[in-house]
Design a protein around this ligand. Structure first.
Ligand SMILES: [Fe+2]
Length: 364
């Protein structure tokens, strides 16, 4: 988490006796994501203190607030949010606000400056351009949440790069913290026993989280999200980060109400690649059973949505090959030995009963 703490002393311009300044005389500004906690803060002070392109300030379950700084001549970026209305308020600087129904017809053009509010309806293309001679400082509030908790984008380029990551929008747990399981430890029985979950999640995954937390202290990846760490690291950092990402995807894809078959686009893509869902299952199981040593078998998609089954040793994840991971079975012995001993193939077959295809489809 990026934390910036400074004391903010507002400067009230104008005649000393006639200008009322509605800020407290001194505000401690600790720039960080306050999460879904009860929070009261002086948002003007926080907005003026922020010097990053974007810093998440408050991330709830349904609403998010970010503070932004747009350099002179820069812009927020032309974009459209299909389902998200957006509120923004400028605290410093001068801007041109453009909106329209298509990227080419931005017919709505207004100037805005300090204290102006901007309302962007869902589905409108929009951009905010800094036309002034100092950084444009603004904050933005919208629902649903769009960026992971604790998001910090130092620059617009970094923000655009993040848009191309696989997990920024749907996986808010993809920081390095231990995920919460969305089911009880005994809920996946008989496919996975309570005891296996307690060791696998409570000891093994917790161990990777502890290791990574220690390894990252004071390094440049300390505030990065899990996907970035996996893509940019090697050695012990990669092994622990990869294992956290893999296990997060693994544990979050199961449900006691799982089983059945995928539907929609994913089902069509599986049929296109393997003929039938049953053929896919057979090949997936064979790949997992045949992986020598410890590792993971994956269903992954390329940029065009074409599916493949990949085998990865140890902490490997197909994102390092530019593929999007959708479904994974853990074939490390710690995943099944208490329940199935050496019968890895039987264990893999049992997992189909708990796969939550809605979750897997959402990754596609
Ligand atoms: Fe595991």
């Amino acid at each position: 988490m990026s934390i910036k703490k400074i004391s903010f002393i507002p400067i009230c311009a104008g005649l000393l006796f006639f200008v009322s300044c509605n800020q407290v005389s001194k505000t401690d500004v600790t720039l960080k994501d306050y999460g879904a906690e009860s929070t009261v803060l002086n948002i003007e002070a926080y907005t003026l203190t922020n010097s990053h392109f974007r810093t998440a300030l408050w991330t709830g379950t349904k609403l998010q607030a970010t503070v932004m700084t747009i350099p002179v001549g820069g812009d927020v970026g032309l974009e459209k949010h299909p389902d998200t209305d957006q509120f923004l308020r400028i605290e410093e600087g001068k801007a041109e606000v453009v909106m329209g129904d298509t990227e080419q017809s931005l017919t709505f053009v207004k100037t805005a400056e300090k204290d102006f509010a901007i309302f962007v309806p869902a589905g409108k293309w929009h951009n905010i351009i800094n036309t002034g001679d100092k950084p444009l400082k603004l904050y933005s509030i919208y629902s649903p949440v769009e960026h992971p908790h604790s998001t910090v984008h130092l620059t617009q380029e970094e923000a655009e790069e993040a848009e191309h990551q696989f997990f920024t929008t749907n996986y808010f747990h993809m920081n390095i913290d231990l995920i919460q399981l969305p089911y009880a430890t005994n809920a996946l029985e008989p496919a996975i026993s309570k005891q296996t979950i307690e060791f696998h999640y409570g000891k093994h995954l917790q161990g990777y989280v502890n290791n990574l937390s220690n390894l990252l202290k004071g390094t440049e990846l300390e505030n990065a999200n899990l996907e970035t760490i996996v893509k940019q690291s090697d050695g012990a950092v990669f092994n622990n980060a990869g294992q956290i990402l893999n296990h997060n995807l693994y544990f979050l894809q199961f449900s006691p109400k799982g089983g059945g078959k995928p539907s929609g686009r994913l089902a069509q893509a599986i049929d296109a690649a393997w003929g039938t869902f049953e053929n896919f299952q057979k090949e997936f199981e064979t790949a997992g059973a045949g992986l020598f040593g410890s590792g993971w078998v994956w269903l992954a998609a390329d940029k065009n949505g074409k599916l493949s089954i990949t085998k990865e040793l140890n902490a490997g994840n197909p994102i390092t090959k530019g593929l999007k991971p959708l479904l994974t079975f853990d074939v490390w012995e710690h995943a099944y030995y208490l329940d199935y001993q050496n019968r890895r193939a039987d264990h893999l077959k049992s997992l189909w009963a708990i796969v939550d295809w809605k979750t897997v489809e959402s990754r596609y």
